[in-house]
Design a protein around this ligand. Structure first.
Ligand code: HSE
Length: 440
């Protein structure tokens, strides 16, 4: 039986998980790969006490791994854009297959990396780049390949979901929960990537390309984070039967593709609304299969290693396969991958949750509903909450929060109506609006 040699670049939380999973499950792994698999070279600046690499060659320079003529598959786990890109491009140039967990690298430089790999006849696999241990890339690229995919929506950042869950269930402070996520190894090196939705956008862009057969286009993705979410909105949404989740949504619309990451109200009765903590879930709607849901751990050492090792096994299995018979990087053959227009956020269609603070006096609600009606926006639900402040001496009444859920409208229409509502003298603060998705 031939042996395929694996080199690992980076021995942090995920790298140590890969070493441990490969060592523990090597018998099953080699049976599945139908060849021997051995980690023969690790590149890491320092040792990691969480794994044993005493029988493996270790270099302090990760580039030594991609230059090693005995390495067949390079596993890139250093993360970030550089030097990861240089490392991957050099591995490809040296004729090595690459497995990576690096979503930022794939989302931003994937088109160039795949083109280089295709012309060199090697593959770059990236299952661990999206939703950690959930095999969502394999599901879209292979399991759903009979379908025209209509939309997908996912909780694809474990740190953000963990923060939202802890804030909702335990009333914990944002910064305190974020520190926990960092300690547990879920958060990115720069946690603003998690909180501001950049990490989720990286992953969404990858999923959208696989689903719709378009090149990766990170710049076009609309991104809004969770840092400004008010606990009040979480409570009011709950009272109306909704949970707030930080979703990545990609949808094929009439004039283009919606590509957006933002806090979203979703009905509590949807399974995905009950995905809590660091868990991830992705809903994919195909025209033939209908809605399908994929759930599992989105981060962490061994869950991520699970996806990486599966990619290593897949790569080893297809080493002798004619290159034209391999699964294409972006699910569609390279000459069929075509740019599609990505809609600016003003042109997307959604329902909306609005929260406004109004003077509690007759006629205010009718002014608001009139503005929405004039804009052709239908109201699904409206609720006036109890006054939260003492009467304001400059106003003729108490200030009360009013919460509305609208029907679906184009966002530019909604924003214009919100502007008109904000200009009413009876409205004191800016209006909060959050998109609402029914996910059916
Ligand atoms: N920071 C990421 C998350 C890690 O929290 O989901 C996995 O990509």
């Amino acid at each position: 039986m031939k042996t395929v040699n694996v080199g690992i670049c980076g021995l942090g939380t995920v790298g140590s998980g890969v070493v441990n999973v490969m060592q523990r499950n090597i018998a099953a792994i080699t049976s599945r790969a139908n060849c021997g698999l051995a980690i023969t070279h690790v590149g890491a600046r320092r040792d990691n006490p969480n794994c044993d690499v005493s029988d493996i060659k270790v270099s302090r320079d990760v580039f030594a791994v991609v230059k090693d003529p005995n390495v067949d598959i390079v596993v890139e786990l250093i993360g970030g854009y550089e030097p990861a890109k240089q490392l991957v491009m050099q591995a490809i140039a040296n004729g090595k297959h690459v497995v990576t967990a690096n979503k930022a690298l794939i989302a931003v430089h994937g088109n160039e990396i795949f083109a280089a790999a295709e012309s060199r006849g090697v593959t770059v696999t990236f299952e661990a780049a999206v939703a950690g241990g959930i095999p969502i890339i394999k599901a879209i690229r292979e399991g759903l390949s009979a379908n025209s995919i209509e939309w997908l929506a996912g909780i694809i950042n474990g740190t953000g979901n963990f923060i939202l869950t802890e804030m909702r269930d335990k009333g914990r402070e944002f910064a305190d929960v974020l520190a926990d996520a960092q300690r547990l190894g879920y958060a990115e090196a720069d946690p603003t990537f998690d909180v501001e939705g950049i990490d989720a956008a990286h992953k969404l862009v990858i999923l959208a390309s696989l689903a719709f057969g378009m090149p990766l286009n990170f710049e076009a993705c609309f991104t809004q984070g969770i840092a400004d979410l008010s606990p009040q909105d979480v409570i009011f949404a709950g009272e109306l039967g909704y949970s707030i989740k930080h979703l990545g949504i990609a949808r094929r619309a009439e004039h283009g593709v919606e590509l957006r990451v933002h806090p979203t109200l979703i009905p509590q009765r949807r399974l995905i609304a009950n995905v809590d903590g660091v868990m991830n879930a992705v809903l994919v709607k195909g025209d033939a299969v209908g809605p399908t849901l994929y759930y599992g751990p989105g981060a962490g050492s061994e869950p991520t290693a699970s996806a990486i090792v599966a990619d290593v096994i897949d790569t080893a299995r297809m080493l002798d396969v004619d290159r034209d018979c391999r699964v294409p990087h972006l699910a569609f053959s390279p000459d069929a991958v075509r740019p599609l227009p990505i809609l600016p956020i003003e042109q997307i269609s959604s329902a909306y949750y609005l929260r406004l603070t109004a003077v509690d006096k007759p006629g205010v609600l009718s002014q608001i509903t009139q503005i929405l009606s004039d804009a052709g926006i239908s109201i699904e639900a409206v609720s006036q909450k109890e006054a939260q402040h003492e009467p304001d001496s400059s106003q003729s009444g108490q200030m009360v929060p009013i919460v509305l859920i609208t029907d679906i409208t184009v966002e530019s229409n909604l924003r214009a109506a919100v502007g008109r509502i904000e200009s009413l003298s009876s409205i004191t603060d800016s209006v909060t609006f959050i998109r609402v998705e029914s996910l059916t």
